[in-house]
Design a binder for this molecule. Structure first.
Ligand SMILES: C[S@@+](CC[C@H](N)C(=O)[O-])C[C@H]1O[C@@H](n2cnc3c(N)ncnc32)[C@H](O)[C@@H]1O
Length: 314
């Protein structure tokens, strides 16, 4: 059965960067439920899409019946260089990071702390899952995961308690894990969010290697983007947003048209502050409340100089 209830977010904001442009080649690295891809296809653009998810593959097959100009690759976007892409360079590249509502609703994946399910959290078909992390990681590694990815202040105390509890009985379900969190004596930071949020986030990031995937992809992305093309990235938590912000900052164009990274390419940062969803969108789709969109325009000084050199002879 195909799960198909994901609502694409910040669509107007994304479209504003390609307004009036025709026949663009677009790379949607996080196809998910295909909402953004469909929006591009409906406007006549060509879409190459990537997602590691089986459900996404089925949605893409269905979409192709109405829109032949979609080319789907079931893969991790960090492996972009291993794909045979129809377009080698794209006018617009989109990453809408994390998991989709379809994956959140899939109890076999078990991303939600509201529904009891077997511990998994692997939404990218990788080898790791939350069960293995909680029951087999040593105390030091657990500490690393909760400290770095959950930003839990007392992550040492939490890791010690988990190791103690699992020696009595293996931790098998989301609700068993929540019970351990509740009894751990750890003071979880925020009163605004469910107390299990940070620990679930940490396990999800580790299971799916979320930050590493993004970092690897960002090292390669300049090879796949056209001059004047856009790179747009939506992130949902501060760890991801920090990576995106630093990427644009470290690869920006300086005032004298030199690039900050001492390479021939760089980005003009088009979103000094990240764009966020509008109030009406947040009311309609609560998931959009934590989204941050950053966009950069790709420039390559060597090619720009060569072009102006040739034009000077015309
Ligand atoms: C927020 S959803 C994208 C929703 C999509 N923009 C839409 O409109 O339906 C994120 C999607 O990215 C995929 N994803 C996340 N990290 C990925 C990675 N490293 N490689 C491939 N797909 C990834 C997930 O499987 C999920 O389907």
């Amino acid at each position: 059965m195909i799960l198909d209830n994901h609502i694409p977010i910040m669509t107007n904001e994304i479209l504003s960067f390609i307004d009036g442009k025709k026949n663009l080649s677009i790379l949607d690295c996080t196809f998910g439920g295909g909402g953004h891809s469909k929006m591009f296809l409906e406007r006549g653009h060509f879409v190459t899409a990537i997602d590691q998810d089986n459900n996404s593959l089925m949605i893409a097959k269905k979409l192709k019946k109405s829109f032949p100009n979609i080319f789907f690759h079931k893969s991790n976007f960090k492996d972009i260089d291993l794909l045979s892409l129809k377009f080698k360079k794209f006018n617009f590249i989109l990453l809408d990071l994390g998991f989709s509502s379809n994956q959140l609703d899939n109890n076999n994946i078990g991303l939600s702390f509201k529904v009891n399910s077997d511990l998994n959290m692997n939404y990218l078909c990788s080898d790791l899952d939350a069960f293995k992390i909680l029951n087999y990681y040593d105390e030091e590694d657990l500490h690393r995961v909760f400290h770095l990815y959950g930003e839990i202040n007392q992550s040492e105390k939490l890791s010690k308690y988990i190791v103690q509890q699992r020696s009595i009985k293996k931790i098998k379900t989301n609700f068993e894990f929540i019970e351990i969190l509740r009894n751990s004596g750890v003071n979880f930071r925020s009163k605004k969010i469910h107390f299990a949020t940070q620990a679930f986030q940490a396990l999800r990031i580790e299971t799916n290697n979320e930050l590493e995937n993004l970092l690897i992809f960002l090292k390669k992305v300049h090879k796949y983007i056209q001059i004047d093309g856009h790179l747009a990235i939506i992130s949902f938590h501060s760890l991801e947003d920090r990576i995106v912000k630093n990427f644009f900052k470290n690869n920006r164009v300086k005032k004298n048209n030199k690039y900050y990274n001492d390479e021939n390419w760089g980005f003009e940062i088009l979103t000094k502050k990240p764009l966020t969803a509008s109030k009406p969108e947040i009311i309609k789709n609560n998931r959009s409340r934590s989204a941050k969109l950053r966009v950069g325009r790709f420039m390559n000084w060597l090619i720009i100089s060569l072009n102006s050199f040739w034009y000077s002879f015309l």
